[in-house]
Write a protein that binds this ligand. Structure first.
Ligand code: ADP
Ligand code: MG
Length: 265
């Protein structure tokens, strides 16, 4: 398979085991959703993928067969991995245009100035191009800015952490459209979300549910509907996984628990 392949990924921080053996594959051309309650390890997975320091990491992560875990943050970006942040940071003194021009140069991509503006127009971002990155932007505008950066930089693997959190419904729709525009045969998208309301506007190819640092269920888009009906707690109960958190060692892994899907909820 070509795309993102995560196998047996573990992560510890401060003596605490947060990821406990994540197996996940996102082929190029597909958009997968990763859903899970607060504290289940979603952002940790993003950080470990992009190479943030401070984690003790095990297992393997490959893009098109190339192992990422041995590489530093910049090399991972060069391999085509890019993350949209749950909490995009403000960068006073650096405009969005400057940020993108630097990133394009770093990636040796030749993107005409006109394209920067054209893509900005599709996300209603033109007026932010010559302002400091994320300075005084609303939640929705920050998320659009992240999507805009991805549309310009065209990562092969895009990981979007809580791209729809804290947004009103119009902003969610706009963000969903931005995600749709990112889809492409050469790109793997991993969309991390807490709620399934973004799925009113886009349909993921697969949905994975993470709880307690492991993927407890994987399925088609209907899995998100099942969650809507019963919530994480119900799903956990059905699978024999108590909530709130139990001793991590007592939570069975997906591979021990169930066949791929669809499963009977
Ligand atoms: P999510 O994004 O799914 O809400 P996180 O990945 O942010 O969850 O966090 C998963 C768990 O790991 C939480 O219980 C959180 O408190 C814990 N955690 C995250 N970062 C650290 C850290 N640096 N030190 C200790 N515990 C952490
Ligand atoms: Mg998070």
């Amino acid at each position: 398979m070509s795309g993102l392949r995560i196998e047996g990924l573990t992560a510890r921080v401060g003596g605490k085991e947060i990821l406990r053996g994540i197996d996940l594959e996102v082929p190029f051309g597909e958009c997968h959703a990763l859903m899970g309650p607060n504290g289940s390890g979603k952002s940790t997975l993003c950080h470990v993928l992009t190479g943030k320091e401070g984690y003790e990491v095990g297992g393997s992560v490959r893009i098109d067969g190339v192992d990422l875990l041995e590489k530093d943050v910049d090399d991972r970006a060069r391999l085509g991995l890019m993350q949209a942040f749950q909490y995009p940071v403000e960068i006073p003194g650096l405009t969005l245009r400057e940020l993108l021009e630097e990133a394009l140069e770093e990636a040796t991509m030749e993107t005409p100035e006109a394209e920067l503006t054209d893509v900005a127009a599709t996300l209603d971002m033109e007026r932010f191009l010559d302002r400091s990155v994320n300075d005084d932007l609303s939640g929705g505008e920050k998320k659009r800015s992240e999507l805009y950066q991805m549309q310009v930089l065209r990562p092969r693997v895009a990981v979007l952490d809580e791209i729809d959190s804290g947004l009103d419904i119009d902003a969610v729709r706009q963000v969903a459209e931005g995600v749709e525009d990112l889809r492409g045969p050469e790109r793997a998208l991993l969309l991390i979300t807490h709620y399934n309301r973004i799925f009113r506007y886009l349909t993921p190819d697969r949905v994975h549910v993470i709880m307690g640092g492991v993927i407890i269920a994987s399925g088609g888009p209907e899995l998100a509907d099942d969650l809507e009906a019963g919530g994480y707690r119900k799903l956990g109960e059905r699978l024999g996984i108590p909530e709130p958190e139990v001793e991590p060692s007592r939570i069975p892994k997906a591979s021990e628990q169930l066949t791929d899907t669809p499963f009977d909820l």
